[in-house]
Design a protein around this ligand. Structure first.
Ligand SMILES: [Ca+2]
Ligand SMILES: [Ca+2]
Ligand SMILES: [Ca+2]
Length: 182
């Protein structure tokens, strides 16, 4: 009898304690497509997976790639969730009419931290400085690649709650019997 109660209780606690975990890869693209002159700030939101929340989910890696060209000076700073993550790579194209897009990859994993609400986007800002004569930069798009362990918040189901109740009652009865026997 004792073993049956212990088995039910263990199974119940295991069901209630954890959801299903697994590494998930998610990507989102934000089209920016703009020419920036002088100095200033551009902000945008990068979509995050709809089932991502913190606590519960954990980030394995998070890379944000920004595509741009005609970038000069190494003074164009990228901020993610209020953290500076680096500068845009200077443009290496030298032919005006043939200028391939440059990509700069930023590690933004430390910018994604608890608490993170469901549906909350990633806030990104670019502080640009293209202030020399006739200077500008072209901002094309940003792409997020997020690898995370998706875990669901434990939601006890009515059946589980009932089992747990029965299990606890069993322990109480068992304990009382032992005391009475002693
Ligand atoms: Ca989740
Ligand atoms: Ca430039
Ligand atoms: Ca610059």
């Amino acid at each position: 009898m004792r073993a049956i109660w212990a088995g039910i209780l263990t199974a119940t606690l295991m069901l209630g304690a954890t959801g299903i975990a697994g590494a998930t890869v998610y990507t989102s693209t934000t089209d920016l497509d703009r020419i920036l002159f002088g100095t200033g700030k551009v902000s945008w939101q990068q979509e995050m997976p709809g089932d991502f929340t913190m606590p519960y989910d954990t980030v394995n890696s998070a890379k944000l790639t920004i595509y741009s060209n005609f970038v000069n000076g190494g003074n164009d700073y990228v901020q993610v969730e209020s953290n500076f993550v680096g500068t845009l790579k200077n443009d290496t194209g030298w032919v005006w009419f043939w200028n391939p897009m440059e990509s700069t990859k930023f590690d933004v994993s430390s910018s994604i931290s608890s608490p993170w609400e469901q549906g909350q986007p990633l806030d990104v800002s670019l502080f640009y400085n293209e202030s020399s004569c006739l200077d500008f930069l072209y901002l094309d798009k940003s792409v997020l690649c997020l690898n995370y362990n998706n875990q669901t918040a434990p939601v006890p189901e009515p059946g589980t709650m009932l089992l747990m109740g029965v299990g606890l009652a069993g322990i109480a009865v068992y304990g009382k019997r032992r005391r009475n026997e002693a």
